[in-house]
Design a binder for this molecule. Structure first.
Ligand SMILES: [Zn+2]
Length: 316
């Protein structure tokens, strides 16, 4: 099978839309639910198979090829962020069934790690019964020193999650994971389901070698690049490019800003690093006025095929 461009006639012209998925898995607890169930994903992909033009060459999205619009086809691209193992084990078989191409953006520091730290944090804070145990444990580790005692007494699990996130995201990966492990021990939080883990190196190679898959870059440490200082952002962007090259060999990649966070500096750093284009998380269709360094992507939801078609104005 070669990387193909699927062309299926549909009723009306529409702008290009880039869908941003994270995981195909059962719903998870916690502040971020980044999952779409396998059933929903399968239904959504069947709708795209029947009605849309799904681009294998994601760069074509930025070329604003007006011929596609004149032909009256719905133009889509499918992307996944972060590099979860279920992209290979669950999403890819469904994409194969529908012959749909995908770009997977990898945060390289997490390759082979047991979890993404934000999932561990969500697991810790999602159990409301343990709220006071968690607050006490976090205070004993000096993780909530910036919060007032009276605020903490009434803080919701989501507010505690955000406060811990702000503190933890400033740390280096190992220090952050050690603290999360300590917090888990102190609160008796069960380990994360291993299906929520990042891809390891051999799984990434398998995924990348599939004819329907293109790998893109999602930074190294998943930093908010728009809020990082120049030296930190430059180091992270280059590191991610080198880390992907070390596993997959040198090739030109596209980039997706972690959290969608970018500013003038990070945009120019991504350009200088030799990426071909970059995506934000601005949830709307691609406009002909969009810069190829700030291309929007549409946030996805755990909805069935009919609702997906309705929201994307696709024929059922
Ligand atoms: Zn991400």
């Amino acid at each position: 099978m070669t990387k193909t461009i699927r062309r299926v006639e549909s009723a009306a012209a529409a702008p290009a839309r880039v869908l941003a998925f994270h995981r195909v898995a059962p719903p998870t607890a916690g502040r971020r639910n980044l999952t779409v169930t396998a059933d929903s994903f399968s239904e959504q992909m069947q709708v795209l198979f029947r009605t849309a033009f799904v681009d294998a060459q994601i760069d074509a999205i930025a070329s604003h090829d007006r011929r596609l619009h004149r032909r009256g086809r719905h133009h889509f691209a499918i992307t996944f962020d972060d590099g979860y193992v279920d992209n290979l084990t669950t999403a890819l078989p469904i994409l194969e069934q529908n012959d749909l191409p995908v770009t997977v953006f990898i945060s390289t520091a997490f390759i082979g790690k047991p979890y993404f730290w934000w999932d561990r944090l969500d697991e810790l804070t999602s159990n409301a019964d343990q709220r006071s145990t968690l607050v006490n444990a976090a205070c004993s580790l000096q993780l909530l020193a910036e919060q007032q005692e009276d605020e903490l007494a009434v803080a919701t699990p989501d507010q505690i999650n955000r406060a811990l996130e702000r503190r933890l995201e400033r740390l280096v990966l190992e220090e952050r994971n050690d603290l999360l492990d300590e917090l888990s021990q102190l609160t008796g939080c069960k380990p994360l389901d291993s299906s929520a883990r990042p891809l390891n190196e051999s799984e990434l190679v398998r995924l990348a070698s599939h004819p329907l898959v293109t790998i893109g870059c999602h930074g190294h440490r998943h930093l908010k690049l728009g809020q990082s200082d120049r030296a930190d952002a430059a180091k992270d962007i280059l590191h991610s490019k080198q880390a992907l090259a070390a596993v997959l060999g040198p090739r030109q990649h596209t980039f997706a800003y972690p959290h969608g966070s970018h500013d003038k500096t990070s945009v120019s750093l991504v350009k200088e690093a030799g990426f071909s284009l970059a995506f934000t998380t601005d949830s709307r269709p691609v406009s002909i006025l969009d810069s190829k360094w700030r291309l929007p992507r549409i946030a996805t939801a755990d909805i069935g095929g009919e609702e997906f078609a309705r929201r994307r104005r696709l024929p059922i």
